[in-house]
Design a protein around this ligand. Sequence first.
Ligand code: AMP
Length: 394
Amino acid sequence: MAGVILVLNAGSSSIKFETFELREGELTSQASGQVDGIGTDRPHLRAKSADGAVLADEALTAEQASSVDAAQDVLGAFFRRHETVDLLAVGHRVVHGGLRFARPIRVDEAAIEAMAELTPLAPLHQPHSLAPMRSILRRRPDLPQVACFDTAFHRGHGDIADRFALPEWLYADGVRRYGFHGLSYAYIASRLPALSPRLANGKTVVAHLGSGCSMCALDGCRSVDSTMGFTALDGLPMGTRPGQLDAGVVLYLIREKGMAADAVERLLYHECGLKGLSGVSNDVRALTESDDPRARLALDYFCTRAAMAVAELAAFMGGLDGLVFTAGIGEHSAFVRAGVARRLAWLGAELAADANERGDGLVSSPDSRIEIRVIPTDEELMIARHTVDLLGLR
Ligand code: AMP
């Protein structure tokens, strides 16, 4: 079957998209872009083709992107202009699949309702993923849609990885360590057999370090543990989130500082992490270029916590064969990779300095006991693959 698969990744104020051509079972990226600033007075449409040519770079009026529905119209017009007419299906990224969704599903009214019930588990993300599904279902009920979950890849976790040390009734209620970034980890796991049979068959920690950060312990390409738990606040420090935090801090904020839940949420999602620690930026590029000692503190904190998390996951698996860096920071910051690897030298990790600077493929030295790689992630391609597979389009 030939045609186009559209992948949508909707956030709080943006819809990112990528289109893939499906031809003879192969998926090839055609174009990608986003409408950002939805609901603000300065929305913008950007798009480029797979070879980097700019297809759109347009300021939109506030009315044109006042809501996700309106932004869908902008995207629809863009697709028509670029003759994306033979649309076969749409694949969506959904952050939370809860207990119920351990694999991708076909979207219909009932599925949207079931996904909406998970909103309390991902209040900042879930409603945004569902808005474009509803909009497309209303406009194009004939167009197949597939929902792909960031939690699904981790659903096979055993009891210890899946639980907090909380009473059973909370576990039964769904308060569990779900883990996120599963589409990224599934993509990396799909690449490992061809890139490194040792890592594919062995014990590998994948570090997804982007604006959100987590790590996944892969044993034979299967997720056995992750640093993220019930929500995307857990685990590693991130651009604007603190990562693992003494729950007593939250009680203190509520009791002593009189902060309401919304204010605590805003603080924890938007004002902490690299941004909060440095007071300079949430962006690793800006921090590595800054002379401010707090920027250095934030980077040292980040690398130290990341190295500690690798060791923790290695202890969980009872060994470590490989470490893979991926996402914005993992793929592009030689400084962070070096900072993490240096703190794991006692485990036998050693980078090849030149390869690390280039950031290509294998970046460990031949003597390193742990194989260290940089593998660019591709969550959109993973969603397109899931969509094609679930709908039997190959
Ligand atoms: P992502 O969410 O995967 O797009 O990652 C975004 C983050 O990657 C940004 O906030 C930056 O901190 C980081 N990043 C992107 N490019 C670079 C770069 N060239 N060097 C260092 N960090 C980068």
